[in-house]
Design a binder for this molecule. Structure first.
Ligand code: GDP
Ligand code: IMO
Ligand code: MG
Length: 481
């Protein structure tokens, strides 16, 4: 158990900001016990959650952990997510369907907290079937998930154009850089209530038509006021949506009871977070966030499964930071280092193809996300990308405009935009790591880099990824990967 030794080795030397040493030690021991016994006292439910600004490699980890679970559940977001799985010579990019779909005998659930674009979902189902992947009774969709309508996508686009033309007090554009998948407008209608359409409505043509007769004039006026095409026909739209509902009807069910029945039958659940903690609408870098609770705090509301049933949280982090879209990014390297990371890590969006902004690992932000999500262990992804850099910087604190140093994260975008990162510099390594199979066989400087992250965050790294393939994974034995 080399990883165990590494963990036990790092603790006595632990220094740096964070909770008291005694508390960290206790947390470390209980985290370690949790990690060692994912199925202690019967089936254990696991959450996989991104701890940065998305694209940390959640899809790869969900795919890896699927074999040890029975039900895989998406609880938030929509087709703004792009989760990549590489299996042999096959590469899959999933947006709405849980990343567990590649395994037979598993149930994949799109729960009530997700916003579902039925056109995109049907495309995804068809493309998986074309590639020989079974998508039938193994895919269940909540009747209470909200529907992303064509006008939501049009509004997302039109509002983004309007925001691009407006500026803040500091002269910055107000554009968020959304994925234009209709996410914000759909969640807005969910809380507005009278203008919402849920998946269950798609199978009730009369109810759907009546709702759309009420909604369409309002959406038409909104689109026209934003200078977009505002001619919506409720009759045509309800026919189109009812046809999509018919295609999806065999998958639609009450997924809350499904999940509780599964737990009662002793089946284990893997929760797949989309987006990431720093994009969480309440706890992220607001307003440059998405419109759902994408931290683990979104699981209970997004599924109907109480918090106590989430036993094990795996926080997914890249070995550096990236961000797509607008918003503060204190450690961003808009220079040759950022470009090197972008090229080596192929840092281009899975959903939109946009180049991702790249920078040094921000441990102030990571410690905050690990705290919000209750991470029991971390998965450190894309470590292979850092080979060849002479030195590496870890951001351990922020300097505020008045010169004060803090190790607290500032989730308000305007305030975060004013901080300067305080770095610790570590030596890099030149050896490639893509073929390394054991944490102890990593270059000494890479092991020191990993160890320093654990020290500062106070959470063990149980999985290290050195390439997109399933086999390019170094994991503690307990995961059975
Ligand atoms: P997600 O949204 O969190 O599931 O992440 P994405 O799929 O959007 O982006 C992660 C990208 O990194 C994908 O292209 C993965 O195939 C790739 N990837 C995952 N782990 C590794 C790794 O350890 N090394 C490298 N080089 N690529 C990885
Ligand atoms: P996965 O699951 C990276 C970002 C967008 C934009 C902001 C708001 O693949 O990690 P939205 O369309 O949600 O209204 O956009 O959030 N964003 C993501 N960035 N990965 C994601 O998902 C993202 N989901 C949303 O780029 O800045
Ligand atoms: Mg992604």
């Amino acid at each position: 158990m080399p990883v165990a030794l590494a963990f036990l080795g790092f603790w006595p030397a632990a220094i740096g900001p964070g909770p008291s040493k005694r508390r960290r030690h206790r947390t470390f021991l209980s985290n370690w016990l949790n990690m060692m016994n994912p199925h202690k006292n019967g089936p254990r439910n696991t959450a996989v959650v991104g701890l940065q600004w998305g694209d940390e490699g959640k899809g790869k980890v969900v795919d890896l952990l699927t074999s040890g679970h029975d039900v895989i559940v998406r609880y938030n977001g929509g087709a703004n997510a792009g989760h990549t799985i590489v299996a042999g010579d096959q590469r899959y990019a999933l947006h709405l369907i849980p990343s567990g779909i590649l395994y037979s005998g598993k149930t994949c659930v799109i729960a009530n907290g997700v916003v579902v674009d039925p056109i995109q979902l049907i495309e995804e189902i068809d493309s998986l079937r074309d590639r020989g992947i079974e998508v039938g009774d193994n895919l269940r969709i909540s009747d209470r998930a909200h529907v992303v309508m064509p006008y939501h996508k049009a509004l997302d686009e039109a509002m983004e154009v309007a925001r691009s033309g407006a500026t803040s007090a500091q002269g910055a554009t107000l554009a968020i850089g959304t994925t234009k998948r209709g996410i914000g407008p759909t969640y807005a209608d969910k809380v507005t209530r009278s203008t919402a359409v849920r998946i269950g409505d798609l199978t009730e043509p009369d109810r759907l038509r009546r709702r759309l007769e009420h909604i369409c004039p309002m959406k038409s006026a909104m689109l026209a006021s934003l200078g977009a095409d505002g001619t919506l026909d409720a009759g045509k739209l309800s026919e189109q949506l009812a046809a999509l509902g018919k295609r999806l009807s065999s998958h639609i069910t009450d997924t809350t009871y499904l999940l509780h029945d599964a737990m009662a039958a002793g089946r284990s659940i893997l929760f797949e977070g989309a987006n990431a903690c720093l994009l969480d609408v309440d706890h992220g870098t607001y307003p440059f966030v998405t419109s759902s609770n994408c931290s683990t705090l979104g699981i209970p509301a997004g599924t109907g499964v109480p918090p106590a049933n989430v036993h094990n949280v795996v926080g997914i982090m890249k070995a550096y930071n990236t961000r797509v879209g607008a918003g503060p990014f204190p450690t961003e390297q808009d220079n040759e280092v950022g470009e090197l990371i972008r090229q080596k890590g192929n840092e281009y969006g899975t959903t939109t193809g946009r180049p991702r902004r790249c920078g040094w690992l921000d441990l102030v932000a990571l410690r905050y996300s690990a705290m919000i999500c209750g991470a029991d262990s971390l998965a450190c992804m894309l470590l292979d990308v850092l080979s060849g850099l002479e030195e590496l910087k870890l951001c351990t604190q922020y300097r505020l405009p008045d010169g004060t140093i803090t190790d607290l994260f500032l989730p308000d975008a305007a305030r975060l935009g004013l901080v300067e990162p305080v770095y610790e510099t570590l030596p890099g390594w030149s050896e490639e790591t893509a073929d390394v199979k054991d944490r102890e066989k990593l270059p000494a400087n890479a092991q020191a880099y990993i160890g320093r992250i654990e020290e500062i965050i106070g959470v063990p790294i149980g999985i290290i990824s050195v390439g997109p393939e399933r086999s390019q994974t170094l994991a503690a034995d307990c995961w059975g990967i």
